[in-house]
Ligand binder design. Structure first.
Ligand code: GDG
Length: 488
């Protein structure tokens, strides 16, 4: 693995995201924090290892995020482990509701994924969004010291970079956007004041990062349209400084997936699954319950495949896992009902006593179960209608140390711009999906190996450590003195 070192220019790293990387567990001794694992956490932990020492101890990462109310009572010692110090931002329930469920999940999420008809424009939600971003700013201004690097994440905190900039004009701030940034035609649907504040908000950072060059271009176009600011190459020119806007494609911890896939635990779960499924060929998908993930079109594509390629009846099983998410919201409940109806219909139409064409679960998998399925399947079917990046497809590729399996990937996932050796499809074209499943199931082994190796090679080099390193290095670079930018 390439050694990506932490730029030396910073004292402490402060990560800011809506969620803290902990889950709270209630025990008889009171609440205990349990550290989550995930891409961002491992990327940040790898940075921690490279931050060096403070008073003979590894330097800890500070993480600011929304604090569940149980954390109000806890001893501050509980908010710290060997790697992190958590700084909870406590929000009033109504504020959190309007900010997170309302403005973030019911407006920005659908709008920025090109589902404007799902977007709910509520003035009260915007007020709560402003208030909540202000609470994050308050916690940060109490915490930050000169020399710190503040790295803010995602669409819930779009106003925060500018709020921090106003309070701490010399702060070093990075902002990374994890979802698509849409074309100006979509941004224009936001009331004038909202779009001005959101774009201005992001520009409080020194560097604004996106997954793909397109998202960055869309953002720059909105900057020009909404704020009428000059843009020079990839920099927005402000009176006293400039902001670098660039793509930094997020990725996975390649070595972790590659290594874990080869362990005895994963192998034995994989063999158990294969036995249970009668050694059928396997198609696999996993996503959070979300209308952006294209689950219904995927089912229709599979149905078309079963209709047109009947030789596969009894010989193939589609294991489709949907992970519970936001299912208190009407649109998500409706989607869940639609998925379950479609699964029932397809299983009823084609299945028999000894064969279920779709094995559907609405639950989360453990990490080892996930790896067992990544490595057991013949085809991974990843068909979002819109996805900022999509890490599932990258994890699947990283897990395939055996160089087998085919990836069917939507052209509307950010990842499709990198994983060009996948079978790239349009998810709404159910005929194309049906044919891609057939192509994946019948792909000769040498071709599977060739494609898989190209993609693995790419991910080995473009892993999550490179992502965080490149982002932080761009910030360090933006701090270096440079001649004033001039525009004509
Ligand atoms: C957002 C953007 C962007 C899923 N089910 C289980 C499970 N997972 C893990 C996967 C993967 C993660 O959740 C899902 O990541 P994605 O990237 O696919 O999707 P979003 O949650 O929508 O993430 C997305 C991402 O941010 C990063 O910037 O790529 O475009 O929408 O890591 O492995 N993990 C376990 N059990 C499950 O059942 N253990």
């Amino acid at each position: 693995q390439t050694n990506h070192t932490m730029p030396q220019a910073f004292n402490r790293l402060i990560i800011v995201s809506y969620r803290l990387p902990f889950t709270v567990h209630q025990t008889s001794d009171g609440p205990v924090l349990h550290q989550n694992s995930g891409g961002l956490v491992s990327a940040v932990l790898s940075m921690a290892e490279r931050l060096g020492q403070t008073d003979g101890q590894p330097t800890k990462i500070h993480w600011v995020g929304h604090g569940e109310s149980v954390l109000r009572e806890v001893d501050p010692a509980v908010l710290e482990n060997e790697a992190f110090v958590a700084h909870p931002v406590f929000l009033d329930e109504a504020v959190n509701q309007g900010f997170y469920e309302g403005f973030s999940n019911n407006l920005l999420w659908p709008l920025f994924h090109y589902f404007p008809s799902y977007a709910s424009f509520q003035e009260a939600d915007f007020a709560h969004y402003q208030q909540a971003n202000g609470h994050f700013r308050d916690v940060l201004t109490n915490l930050a010291q000169p020399g710190d690097l503040i790295w803010i994440h995602d669409f819930q905190l779009m106003l925060l970079p500018e709020l921090v900039r106003q309070a701490l004009p010399d702060a070093t701030i990075g902002y990374f956007f994890h979802i698509p940034f849409p074309t100006y035609e979509i941004v224009k649907l936001l009331p004038r004041l909202w779009r001005q504040q959101l774009i201005q908000g992001a520009l409080g950072a020194d560097v604004v990062g996106f997954h793909t060059p397109d998202y960055g271009q869309h953002f720059l176009h909105s900057v020009a349209e909404v704020l009428n600011l000059p843009i020079l190459e990839q920099r927005v020119v402000l009176p006293d400084r400039s902001v670098l806007v660039r793509d930094f494609p997020i990725s996975v911890d390649f070595t972790k997936f590659d290594g874990s896939a080869q362990t005895d635990t994963v192998t034995s779960i994989r063999q158990r699954y294969q036995r249970l499924l009668g050694h059928n060929r396997l198609i696999f998908s996993v996503d959070r319950l979300d209308y952006t993930k294209g689950i219904t079109y995927r089912l229709q594509g599979y149905e078309r495949f079963l209709t047109q390629y009947p030789d596969w009846h009894n010989k193939v099983t589609f294991v489709m896992t949907v992970v519970p998410s936001r299912d208190q919201i009407g649109q998500y409940q409706e989607l869940k009902r639609e998925i379950e109806e479609t699964v029932g219909r397809i299983n009823g139409r084609f299945g028999g006593i000894g064969w279920r064409p779709i094995v559907y679960t609405y639950a989360s998998l453990t990490f080892t179960e996930l790896l067992a399925l990544y490595t057991a399947c013949d085809v991974a079917l990843i068909t979002p209608i819109r996805d900022g990046m999509n890490l599932v497809c990258k994890e699947f590729v990283a897990s395939r140390y055996d160089q087998r399996g085919a990836l069917v990937l939507s052209e509307l996932a950010g990842a499709a711009q990198e994983l060009t050796d996948a079978i790239i499809i349009n998810p709404t074209d159910t005929q194309e999906v049906a044919d891609a499943i057939q192509q994946g199931l019948t792909m000769p082994e040498p071709e599977q190996a060739l494609r898989m190796n190209q993609m693995r090679h790419h991910l080995q080099n473009h892993n999550v450590f490179r992502w965080s390193h490149d982002f932080l290095a761009a910030i360090a670079d933006s701090q270096a003195p440079r001649p004033a930018l001039e525009t004509n």
